[in-house]
Design a protein around this ligand. Structure first.
Ligand code: NAD
Length: 368
């Protein structure tokens, strides 16, 4: 198969973890006889430095031409006080919108080898396995009017939380379809006791659920969901929620997985004629300026994002399984970065990438 992939390393540790993900992708292509066509583009702070904008047209063109895009992370401290449209993070919103990837899938599971890395009690975390489906191209982050106006005591800031029925329906269908292949339960999260926006969300999700009689649906208010994720994470299978709630709740997933560096994500939208999803893949974490450039970052979230890409954009289930098995075997071996190893000598970012490549050669999935 031809794998036409765009790499957008971005800023900070985004660059370091993307290099390891690239190694793994090359290794998969070699072991399973696929032809890999890699291109590379600018996004975020580096793009501002080199072109004056966080999402240059050249990057848009490369992304639209690729089958799938693998991103690192964006964000540089020097832009922390810049206006929103001049910040690296605006590049993220730009590429998500250009690719029309309206659903962000964030699998969160506890790994046996990392159970002691979670601050939660083992019996609460052990066996937790969920996917958070976050709506990605609507809601408060995109709604208009937005902006800051006026001055003095009258200075005011406005953001708008807006969803259409169609936007809610398409992401709800995705959540129910995913749940149908898992433990058949969707938990829809909203704030319908306060927000009209959430009242529409809940009504439309209930209507969509009628088309999936084999999948159970329940609802949680977002504040209660934040609590239940910590108190009883095993109750969740698929969590369906809007953009900002999903952004916030999914970082709680890091507590279950042991480190934010472990979490992959897949942003998907329209289906291609082949049935595969057009997609954008990235670890959940940011550019981590505090550890950037030190070869310390955990690359497993980025490498897990490669597995998601193989599965959703290319339909390569065996290859995806092999990458996930290789990740698990590296975790079991204890060759992990400092975020997962409070005592003893941690591995470097590149050592972990090499270990995943070595484990891939041995993985039983390759025999399938
Ligand atoms: P962050 O995720 O970058 O870092 C939070 C903490 O987690 C830090 O202590 C960091 O060292 C640690 N961490 C993160 N990833 C890690 C990894 N792979 N291995 C080991 N430790 C890891 O979040 P932040 O500090 O709030 O944000 C830093 C910058 O990243 C900001 O500019 C922010 O806007 C940006 N950001 C970008 C994205 C993205 O590109 N998708 C997501 C979140 C934040």
């Amino acid at each position: 198969m031809n794998l036409n992939v765009l790499l957008l390393p971005g800023d900070g540790i985004g660059v370091e973890v993307t290099r390891e993900a690239e190694k793994v992708l090359k290794q998969v292509a070699e072991l399973y006889n696929h032809t890999l066509h890699l291109s590379e583009g600018l996004l975020g702070g580096i793009a501002i430095h080199q072109t004056g904008t966080p999402f240059p047209d050249s990057t848009r063109d490369l992304a639209l031409a690729a089958d799938a895009t693998l991103m690192g992370a964006v964000g540089l401290p020097e832009f922390d006080n810049a206006a929103p449209e001049k910040r690296p993070e605006r590049g993220l919103l730009g590429i998500r919108q250009a690719l029309q990837v309206y659903a962000n899938l964030r699998p969160v599971r506890s790994y046996a080898a990392l159970i002691d890395s979670s601050p939660l009690k083992n019996h609460l975390v052990d066996g937790a396995d969920m996917i958070i489906v976050r709506e990605l191209t609507g809601g408060l982050y995109y709604g208009t009017p937005r902006g800051i106006s006026g001055s003095g005591p009258e200075e005011k800031a406005v953001n708008t939380m807006v969803y259409t029925r169609a936007e809610i329906e398409r992401v709800a269908h995705m959540a129910f379809q995913l749940a149908g292949k898992r433990r058949k339960k969707v938990t829809s999260v909203d704030k319908s006791n306060v927000l009209e926006n959430s009242q529409l969300w809940r009504r439309v999700v209930v209507e969509v659920s009628l088309q999936y009689p084999g999948v159970a649906l329940d609802h949680l208010l977002v504040d209660n969901c934040a609590m239940q994720l910590i108190l009883n994470p095993k109750r969740f299978d698929v969590i369906l929620t809007e953009n900002m709630f999903g952004d916030i709740l999914s970082d709680e997933g890091a507590v279950l997985a042991g480190s934010i560096g472990m979490l992959p994500s897949a942003s998907i939208g329209a289906r291609r004629p082949s049935g595969a999803w057009a997609g954008l893949y990235e670890p959940v974490h940011g550019s981590a300026p505090d550890i950037a450039g030190q070869n310390k970052a955990n690359p497993l979230g980025a490498i897990g994002s490669v597995a998601a890409m193989l599965e959703y954009s290319f339909g390569l289930i065996d290859e995806a399984k092999a990458v996930n098995q290789a990740i698990e075997s590296v975790l079991n071996s204890g060759e992990v970065t400092a975020d997962l190893k409070p005592a003893g000598t941690p591995a470097t970012t590149s050592q972990v990438g090499d270990a995943v490549c070595a484990a891939l050669e041995l993985t039983p999935a390759r025999m399938v």
